[in-house]
Design a protein around this ligand. Structure first.
Ligand code: SAM
Length: 271
């Protein structure tokens, strides 16, 4: 089994995505799209951004490596009556079966950054987007204290065994020099790559930060793996404590609910 696929099929990301809907909609609104538009949402999960894109009138294909999320996405599309939105299984490293220049917009919000071959990912995103179109990515930023998920992943990975040789951290997609290098190898000059920091919020009116940490522990593949490794080493309590402190420190709600802002890098590539 492909470990990248296994990681994301392990849990149930829909439980985390439920905290991200509001920012997903805001992200899409800020793209200023006008229909008709053909869009690809890569690493789309169950449609945090694909659903609002389709609601704005775009024809949307969501591609994700996790079969369970593709099923969940198609269910959401059907429930919302969005016949112009379909989800299918695929790997951002190799979008075989997707023709060159198929899309006006290729979007990937905290999705393609998790694919293991970043140079191939950049090449594929550029290949399937038409000249004059856009590639837009949302990427977590490494070592940024205000980038909640990046901190959560950093803590989680400190409880995991060392990564195999050749492993490229997904966090490198939050570093300007890597981004420029990857897109320039895909044939895009750096003048066409724009980056801006923005905020994505994890919101739940009825979950405390502790509940949110429990959701990551129960449903989010990378955190589930970290807890399994920590359990073996008798360190699960330590991991839980560190994640809880992080979530509590970053929570801005004062009524027991959760509102955690998280800085990310929005990358726009104009083709
Ligand atoms: C953090 S989730 C984000 C999901 C969605 N974009 C959202 O914002 O709700 C990462 C997603 O990327 C997908 N993913 C990871 N590696 C991938 C790959 N190589 N190709 C396609 N999707 C991938 C995962 O299955 C998962 O749905």
């Amino acid at each position: 089994m492909n470990p990248n696929k296994a990681l994301w099929e392990k849990g149930d990301f829909t439980e985390i995505a439920a905290l991200m809907r509001q920012s997903g909609e805001a992200f899409v609104k800020a793209l200023g799209i006008t229909a008709p538009l053909r869009a690809l949402d890569l690493g789309c999960g169950d449609g945090t951004t694909a659903v609002p894109l389709a609601q704005l009138g775009a024809e949307v294909v969501g591609i994700d490596i996790a079969q369970n999320l593709v099923v969940a996405g198609n269910k959401r599309a059907a429930e919302a009556g969005l016949s112009q939105l379909t989800f299918q299984e695929g790997d951002a490293c190799n979008l075989h079966g997707v023709s060159d220049d198929s899309f006006d917009l290729t979007l990937s919000v905290f999705g393609a950054m998790f694919a293991p071959k970043p140079f191939d990912v950049a090449k594929e995103m550029v290949r399937v987007t038409r000249p004059g179109g856009r590639v837009v990515m949302g990427n977590w930023i490494p070592n940024d204290p205000t980038s909640f998920v990046s901190q959560l992943l950093k803590i989680s990975s400190s409880f995991l065994p060392p990564t195999p040789e050749g492993f490229v951290s997904p966090m490198t997609w939050g570093v300007e020099t890597h981004i420029i290098e990857r897109f320039s190898q895909a044939g895009v000059p750096k003048e066409k790559v724009f980056m801006v920091r923005d905020t994505f919020s994890f919101l739940s009116p009825d979950k405390s930060p502790g509940d949110v940490v429990d959701s990551f522990r129960q449903f989010y593949g990378p955190t589930m793996n970290a807890f399994e490794a920590a359990q073996k080493d008798g360190k699960a309590e330590d991991l839980h404590h560190q994640l809880l402190e992080l979530a509590k420190a970053q929570n801005q709600a004062t009524d027991g609910s959760t509102s955690i802002p998280a800085t990310y890098l929005r990358v726009t590539v104009c083709l």
